[in-house]
Design a protein around this ligand. Sequence first.
Ligand code: ATP
Ligand code: MG
Length: 301
Amino acid sequence: MSGFVERPGHVEVEGLTHLHTGKVRDLYATAGGDLVMVASDRVSAYDWVLPTEIPGKGRLLTQLSLWWFERLRDLVPDHVLSDTPPPGAPADWAGRTLVCRNLDMVPVECVARGYLAGSGLAEYRVDRTVCGVPLPEGLTDGSELPEPIFTPATKAAVGDHDENVSFAVVAERLGEKRAAELRDLTLALYSRGREIACERGVILADTKFEFGRGADGGLVLADEVFTPDSSRYWPADEWAPGGPQPSFDKQILRDWLTSPASGWDRAADTPPPELPSDVVERTIERYREIHRRLTGGDSGL
Ligand code: ATP
Ligand code: MG
């Protein structure tokens, strides 16, 4: 079991209805039926939302998502209507709020992998496949795959792991045509992202997209895109398959949590402890660094 150490409350804003508090984001509906997504500074690890926040993370990830949405728009429409918080919103929502089309979400997490890591690696070690896709012998932690693969997952409730499934399971659920459409779009978006990241000296090892359907039934890219919360980013010049890669995300705090210094027993069902300030600082610096490397801009965040 796992879950929330404490569940930070959403705020009451006139004209908005609170819909959902996820691990990281708070969702509201406007009177007109649009969706307001507010990214918090919360961070999750090992399926727990940690008691310590990472100041500035919500803004950095929102700005990165926006930057990417712009670079994918010729491939797929996205759900963003505006990045201006609705009237009456708290001042600190600026920069971390997206007003979006409220879509009928496709109940599949669309994952693309170009490299072997995480749950993909774990599956590969069992039977040389990932989500039913056969892979060659001899791959190791961090290996580049012969070609990018679609490895869908079904979305879990808060506190549970998403479950990797095969393409056949998605086809059974959604129909062959829609499953193929999701796979092809997922791989096309991943290729674009990977290419752009590569030009900036960054490996986009894998990523997860969420899609919805618009009024016309067409696929719309929703949620967040190519953020370090939804993607594995590795510095290309340090890539060395055969072990865990240094990554631009919360690896620093994950490593601390599982080190003796934290005193936390991951196996016991006890909440993780507060993070020391140097771990918080080093983590936020990683998020700033990936934002800087990709966008070339000083985030000022
Ligand atoms: P986690 O991603 O940490 O596993 P979560 O998905 O429950 O948890 P968040 O990511 O914080 O929580 O919340 C975003 C929620 O909003 C998700 O359920 C996502 O599917 C949904 N969502 C994203 N974009 C849209 C959209 N345009 N219309 C409707 N729902 C959306
Ligand atoms: Mg999510």
